[in-house]
Design a protein around this ligand. Sequence first.
Ligand code: FNR
Length: 186
Amino acid sequence: DAIKVVTLLGSLRKGSFNGMVARTLPGLAPAGMAISALPSIGDIPLYDADIQQEEGFPPAVETLAAQIRDADGVVIVTPEYNYSVPGGLKNAIDWLSRLPEQPLAGKPVLIQTSSMGAIGGARCQYHLRQILVFLDAMVMNKPEFMGGVIQNKVDPQTGEVVDQSTRDHLSGQLTAFGDYIRRVKA
Ligand code: FNR
């Protein structure tokens, strides 16, 4: 069976560069890996324990959780906001963390950040790793992907990454992630 990988996007905007990275991944997947996108995290309300208690988990959270449980691995593709994790992504993770059958526990996770700045959201990566420690996710250490000056590496017409060395880096990282998933599952 093919390894099933899903992408979780940390940006909500239509023209998101990180969205373009996420959209490029299915075409770069190694043989035996299928990559698809999770639904947008934009429909998830701000975490509120009263909502959880009075109405249960929002449908958008349940859907996200079910698709993550069903996947062999998750790629989090996100910008860096103010040297850290975008609030919307943190909010989605906060909801997921409260589920009884917490979907990221033991789940192989790959982090990809991209930004218009030179260091490609590096600072966000280490905050995200710290958050995922509590969720007990199996975050792959290396190789890392930090897409710096990403606006120069995409084609806004097709909405995909066109820079060849960036594509090579991404496909190499996906191959390593496939090996990592097999090791974690073994
Ligand atoms: C940013 N941006 C940004 N970039 C960066 O490299 N480090 C940072 O700390 C921040 N902080 C930040 C905060 C906020 C609130 C915004 C809106 C933006 C710029 C950011 O990298 C740029 O807008 C990207 O294009 C956002 O990613 P998407 O939406 O294109 O995927």
